[in-house]
Write a new protein. Structure first.
Length: 121
């Protein structure tokens, strides 16, 4: 009998600076709501970004930013943006995800996405 163990590394650990930077940029939002990857992403695949995440990516101009100050500046630069579901900063202040309209990716047509979308509006 052979036993095989496999270790898997979580990808989200590599992007910890985004969550940390968000929480320190917006301490009131972080205090009242648990911030997650869904501030910028749709579903479990981190390649699927909502409109807020796309705006942040464009503002950072690098695929994997790690400089906390630059990430904070990017959050501030896009905070007044909006999409079909409303102004991003206002939605975050209300404890909702920044963008619930999706970006047209495959995740937006799933039953799970639609249910989360109803709960977070």
């Amino acid at each position: 009998m052979r036993v095989v163990f496999a270790a898997f590394e979580r990808q989200s650990d590599a992007r910890r600076n985004y969550n940390k930077s968000f929480d320190s940029t917006y301490p009131d939002i972080a205090k009242s709501n648990k911030t997650t990857c869904h501030v910028c992403h749709i579903g479990d695949n981190k390649k699927n970004r909502n409109h807020y995440g796309e705006a942040l990516r464009k503002e950072l101009k690098v695929p994997k930013g790690s400089d906390e100050q630059k990430i904070k500046e990017a959050f501030k630069a896009i905070e007044d943006g909006e999409c079909k579901t409303g102004k991003w900063k206002g939605r975050l202040d209300d404890g909702k995800v920044s963008c619930a309209c999706g970006n047209g990716g495959p995740e937006t047509s799933s039953d799970i996405f639609r249910q989360l979308n109803r709960e977070n509006r």
